[in-house]
Design a protein around this ligand. Structure first.
Ligand code: GLC
Ligand code: CA
Length: 556
């Protein structure tokens, strides 16, 4: 495979609002990121991806943009952004920015114009339709509201919003819209950014004629939520190709698409190098609903993506945490007794699967889900929507909060716990979202002081990658063991092979590795129970005794 910087990269995702506040307003800011670049450099990551920092009324925390060419007031100014770019590049850290162009904010000047009159020159920047039999133009449900349509009294038409009603979908059929977006991308490219993370990147092209979804109603109010129907419609790839031709082509930039309902079959065309679309693609097949507490689901998903994309020359990205998922250690591991062991085990998996690893802020210190006490403690538009839907479906408020505590993406949005001082060192003011009460124990300062911390284990995993191309480029083969809680696989690259063995359980096991793979006396690369191979587990012939959440990487 062709070498590219982003194939060797380790990418750290920053949610600026929750990263570091510097002026006491309780909201993270660009200066806060600048202040922490040395921390990130020391961790060893090679690139940062910044979640949206553009002007926004924050209905969806920046994923609703009202000005693509300026910085959200609370985060700072364009001068701060330029300083951040310079400081990051001085440290050899690349900067990838979020591109949110399926929709704008309803407070974007384009939409304000569009709404004014049917003959406004911006009317066609968005998707407006007449009522059908006095109702919505079709049965579509939105990600964040029951119906995907909002009625506008003034002009007597509905506009489409696949997310909140403050996030109207742009009309990508309009060449002027496309041109505007390419100009915006070039504005940021000229500022020296190293790539884009393209938000909801496969739903710009709507199904021809906007027909009803054929599915039966699956929303409390009789609407149909059918993301597969909204995604990857005919002509979608061509739009992205046109986009890249006008923006990133010929430049050494990374583009990572984030796609709705992405499957390997549907994703492959976007990531084949010759198609000149995306470098890689973020999918949701490992999320909490799909994981369902079963390692077999992880194995199945990885196999699907290796067979369907990796083995067909498409690059992969690997992640378990993001601002859209609950905390990874709470989902895949044990955030109580085995928090440290299981966070390290999960990290081992992400960093030893093929492709480019993404680390979500705070995962490197094992931050956990947060016990939000009531719906009032939540901020997120999607969590509130989930809550309302649950109540409509007969849940009590208490039950709904128990579910949200487990499932909500807000779990990952609580401020970073930098130390054990008031507000965890995140702010001197009132934090915009509650701080996880475990900050006295789980924080960066404590992690830096403990040589066995999750932080140092991440550092080791990241530094291993620099000398071992097998981690990014190696082939992948699952190893069958009789134990469904054990996940084992082989990576191989130019004459080298590694075996990775992971236990997803708090009960110790003995696992037998098939005799075809001789592990006897093999060299240890890494183990989350200690540096010294063979010290913490007994290896007898082909049998390995695994401790709870143990992770072993051996060279064969
Ligand atoms: C993406 C973002 C998510 C946002 C949504 C709408 O999925 O990651 O946070 O709410 O798009 O822009
Ligand atoms: Ca601030």
């Amino acid at each position: 495979m062709v070498k590219k910087w982003w194939k060797d990269a380790v990418i750290y995702q920053i949610y600026p609002r929750s990263f570091q506040d510097t002026n006491g307003d309780g909201i993270g800011d660009l200066q806060g990121i600048i202040n922490r670049l040395d921390y990130l450099k020391d961790l060893g990551v090679t690139a940062i991806w910044l979640c949206p920092f553009y002007e926004s009324p924050n209905d969806d925390n920046g994923y609703d943009i009202s000005n693509y060419r300026d910085i959200m007031k609370e985060f700072g100014s364009l001068a701060d952004f330029d300083e951040l770019m310079k400081e990051a590049h001085n440290r050899d850290l690349r900067v990838v920015v979020d591109l949110v162009v399926n929709h704008t904010s309803d407070e974007h000047p384009w939409f304000i114009e569009s709404k004014k009159a049917k003959d406004n020159p911006y009317r066609d920047y968005y998707i407006w339709r007449k009522p059908k039999n006095g109702k919505e133009p079709n049965n579509w449900g939105s990600f964040f509201t029951p119906s995907a349509w909002e009625f506008d009294q003034e002009t007597g038409e509905y506009y489409l919003h696949l997310f909140s009603k403050k996030q109207p979908d742009l009309n990508w059929e309009n060449p002027n819209v496309r041109k505007e977006i390419y100009d915006i991308m070039n504005f940021w490219i000229d500022k020296g950014i190293d790539g884009f993370r393209v938000d909801t990147c496969n739903i710009y092209k709507k199904p021809e004629g906007l027909p009803d979804s054929p599915l039966a109603p699956n929303r409390a109010d009789g609407y149909v939520f059918d993301p597969e129907f909204y995604a990857d419609n005919d002509g979608m790839l061509e739009i992205i190709q046109e986009m890249m031709k006008n923006t990133t082509e010929g430049k050494d930039l990374m583009t990572v698409g984030e796609g709705v309902e992405a499957s390997p079959e549907r994703t492959l065309p976007y990531v084949l190098e010759e198609n000149k679309a995306y470098s890689m693609f973020i999918h949701f097949e490992m999320t909490i609903e799909n994981f369902n507490n079963q390692v077999s689901n992880i194995k199945r998903v990885i196999k699907r993506w290796v067979d369907g994309v990796w083995n067909k020359r498409g690059w992969l990205c690997q992640y378990v945490g993001s601002h859209d998922q609950p905390r990874s250690v709470s989902t895949y591991g044990n955030d109580g007794k085995y928090r440290v062991e299981s966070a390290k085990m999960i990290a081992t998996m992400v960093h030893t699967l093929p492709g480019t690893p993404f680390i979500y802020q705070g995962d490197e210190i094992g931050m956990t889900n947060c016990p939000f006490p009531s719906i009032e403690a939540y901020n997120d538009v999607n969590s509130k929507f989930m809550y309302d839907e649950m109540l409509k479906n007969g849940f009590s408020p208490e039950q709904a909060i128990i579910e949200l505590n487990r499932l909500s993406r807000e779990n990952s949005r609580t401020p970073i716990q930098w130390d054990d001082s008031q507000n965890a060192g995140f702010t001197t003011g009132k934090p915009w979202l509650m701080i996880n009460p475990n900050y006295k124990e789980v924080n960066v300062k404590a992690a830096l002081e403990d040589k066995n911390s999750i932080y140092y284990y991440y550092k080791e995993l990241i530094s291993l990658r620099k000398n071992n191309p097998i981690m990014a480029y190696g082939s992948y083969e699952e190893i069958e063991t009789e134990d469904s809680d054990v996940y084992a696989y082989l990576r191989s690259y130019v004459g080298k092979s590694w075996i990775i063995i992971l236990l997803f359980s708090d009960r110790p096991r003995k696992v037998t590795i098939p005799s075809a793979i001789n592990i006897n006396g093999k060299k240890n690369i890494l183990c989350n129970y200690g540096e010294n191979f063979g010290r913490d587990f007994v290896q007898a012939g082909q049998n390995i005794e695994l401790s709870p959440y143990e992770a072993i990487v051996m060279e064969l």
